[in-house]
Design a protein around this ligand. Structure first.
Ligand code: NZQ
Ligand code: ZN
Length: 391
């Protein structure tokens, strides 16, 4: 196991009706004037926004609002949010929604207290300071409610980049699984896929003897394989939603990733797709990840055979473990199809003729140095080959 530090200071509040206490937590974590940040309207339609306003009113905490965050959140609204917070003297940013809203809120929170352009953080500058951030989560997927990361699409060129730093860890996150019951099945499935992708990005490692994190990842993957189909079949299954919601947090706050090399090439390869074609991140991953696995399994056949056996229940072919590895990848593909995820480039609206551009952006765009991935280092040509496997 490699040396590591792990600091995950977010205060999690989990369960039914907990969003009605939001005002109390804003007060507890130092908010005196709040930016309420949300997406395209689901929180207005469900009445959630009103309930949160009521809870702030109860604590006599004033607020301003900025809605309109799009999935794959854009830089333009971040600039608008920074200006609004400065003008209004906001000292606390509250995100109500999914990963896109939380990531946009994080970008605003860092930008308000920074003299330069907030995009510097998305080009590698670490986020050390930001206004305190709280979240009320409405979809189990990105894990941003517990992660030190944010992903934003730069509208000047339409490419997506991530920023990271301890300043991005929310001070509190409220997770009520019942709030996810209004999700369309497709969005639920995108979330399930993203959670599994966060686990696989960590599972495929070159670090030896990381049994504790291997077993944690396998346990969370098994949970997703069990609960995913149950929640697709019955969207109101609170217990299944609860397990998925907590798994989503655990998959990405890095408790399963410490002490080991991680990969993340599939995420970078996907981000080019969701930036250019505006597909859902989870749907993009459903197409990218099996292709990445097929291209790279020979790099460590036994690791792929191990997950095939332990998670997908494939028989271990000791004479030819490659068969087991390939059977596991096929099980993952079948699972994704069974929950309604796409399998091909065309289903994402992606175009074959864009592959050279996508591969170049993934490898070299905006300061990158030509290689992606910690488990296998991929060149621009490898990335293009992986995109071709998705056709
Ligand atoms: O905008 P509204 O109207 O709220 O609708 C949203 C949106 O259309 C809808 N939705 C959310 N909760 C709902 C609901 N509809 C009905 N009922 C509810 N309870 O779902 C749609 C998708 O929302 P979004 O926030 O985009 O989903 P998700 O949480 O999957 O976030 C995706 C973004 O997170 C980034 C992705 O790249 C993508 O931009 N990621 C962020 C990470 C991080 N910060 O750590 C890591 C991830 O790997 C990921 O890259
Ligand atoms: Zn993801």
């Amino acid at each position: 196991m490699q040396n590591f530090t792990f600091y995950s200071p977010t205060y999690f509040v989990f369960g039914k009706d907990q969003e009605n206490e939001t005002g109390k937590y804003v007060r507890r974590f130092g908010g005196n004037k709040v930016l309420l940040h949300y997406g395209g309207g689901s929180v207005v339609r469900s009445g959630l926004l009103d309930r949160i306003k009521t809870s702030l009113d109860k604590e006599a905490i004033p607020y301003v609002e900025l809605g309109g965050v799009k999935p794959n959140p854009r830089s333009g609204l971040v600039y608008e949010g920074i200006e609004l917070c400065r003008k209004e003297g906001v000292d606390f940013v509250l995100a109500i929604g999914g990963g896109s809203t939380i990531d946009s809120a994080k970008a605003i929170a860092a930008g308000v207290v920074y003299d330069g352009d907030f995009w510097d953080f998305y080009q590698g500058k670490l986020v050390e300071k930001a206004l305190p951030i709280g979240t009320v989560l409405t979809i189990a997927a990105a894990g941003s409610e517990g992660s030190p990361d944010s992903v934003i699409t730069n509208e000047d060129g339409m490419y997506k980049r991530g920023a990271t730093g301890e300043g991005f860890r929310p001070t509190f996150s409220i997770l009520n699984p019942a709030l996810t019951q209004t999700l369309p099945a497709y969005q639920t499935a995108c979330g399930i896929t993203d959670i599994m992708a966060h686990l696989f990005e960590r599972y495929f490692t070159t670090t030896k003897e990381v049994e504790v994190t291997d077993r944690m990842i396998e346990g969370l993957l098994l949970t997703m394989v069990h609960e995913g189909p149950r929640v697709i079949a019955d969207p109101n299954n609170y217990e299944a939603r609860a397990n998925i919601m907590w798994a989503g947090m655990m998959a990405h706050n890095n408790s399963c990733g410490v002490g080991r090399v991680q990969d993340w090439a599939s995420h970078d390869i996907e981000h080019e797709l969701s930036a250019l074609y505006d597909c859902a991140h989870g749907a993009g991953l459903a197409v990218v990840f099996p292709a990445w696995m097929t291209y790279n399994y020979k790099h460590d056949v036994m690791r792929f055979a191990q997950v095939a056996s332990r998670v997908w229940g494939c028989n271990m072919d000791f004479a030819n473990p490659e068969n087991t590895a390939l059977a596991g990848i096929q099980c993952f593909r079948n699972f994704l199809t069974s929950i309604g995820m796409p399998a091909t480039f065309a289903e994402l609206g992606a175009k074959e003729e864009d592959i050279p551009k996508l591969a170049h952006m993934a490898a070299y765009g905006d300061g990158r140095t030509g290689h992606l991935g910690g488990f296998v280092s991929l060149s621009e040509e490898d990335i293009a080959n992986i995109y071709r496997l998705m056709l």
